[in-house]
Design a protein around this ligand. Structure first.
Ligand SMILES: [Zn+2]
Length: 232
């Protein structure tokens, strides 16, 4: 009896999970979406795209897509390896084209869209530029839950290393020690970036997730170090 109940309960929970994961009905499937129209003149727009666009008829700036793929927005391949120079070029050209200053004489709605685009472009650039945020975003795109610091709890050698650096940081200020810690953090971040690159390249997302959790520790140490270096 109890076993049967448990089975049933298990099934119900499973069903719940499935329904949660099921795609939302009918509003996202290709083909079923009416083609987008310009908010200003009502003219048809050529399909949804991650890139910011203007109406071909009245040239009004259109609102950003709700959750654009940041790699597509920045015209980068969806990969952990990014061409930083290319990313920066794209960032600058988008920033120029969509800067709110350019929309000062346009209707308030367009001014508002240009602000939205600008902050999205900044977010995309920052996310893809830094290895940690880029890796976490790639995991998210692949449906992997975000890395937690507890993901490295099993690695006691690693935790000891972090603890030792933390202890050094807590010591009274000493420029020599701070410079030493800074180099150490930089080296370890570079090593981890190489390891994460390799993990993504062999599609080992779980390993990438673990390594990114370690990177988070070093990012926190980096913040602490920066705070110590700011003269109070
Ligand atoms: Zn229009």
């Amino acid at each position: 009896m109890r076993a049967a109940l448990r089975r049933q309960f298990g099934r119900a929970r499973w069903a719940l999970r499935v329904s949660e994961a099921a795609p939302r009905p009918r509003c996202v499937g290709p083909g079923s979406v009416p083609s987008p129209r310009c908010w200003s003149c009502g003219g048809a727009l050529s399909g949804a795209d991650a890139a910011p666009h203007f109406c071909p008829r009245c040239r009004a700036l259109q609102p950003p897509a709700p959750r654009p793929d940041l790699f597509r927005l920045m015209e980068c391949e969806r990969s952990f390896r990014v061409d930083a120079q290319r990313l920066q070029r794209r960032f600058r050209s988008l920033q120029r084209a969509l800067h709110p200053d350019r929309f000062g004489r346009r209707p308030p709605k367009e001014q508002h869209y240009s602000e939205q685009h600008s902050s999205l472009i900044n977010k995309a650039y920052q996310t893809l530029l830094h290895p940690l945020s880029r890796g976490l975003y790639l995991l998210e795109l692949n449906g992997v839950e975000p890395a937690q610091e507890t993901d490295c709890d099993a690695d006691s050698e690693f935790l000891t290393e972090i603890m030792e650096i933390n202890e050094k940081l807590a010591e009274p200020e000493n420029d020599e020690i701070l410079a030493e810690i800074e180099t150490l953090i930089k080296d370890r971040q570079e090593e981890l970036t190489k390891e994460v690159t390799a993990a993504f390249e062999r599609d080992d997302l779980q390993e990438a997730k673990k390594l990114l959790a370690k990177m988070k520790y070093f990012a926190n140490l980096e913040d602490k170090l920066k705070n110590k270096k700011i003269p109070s």
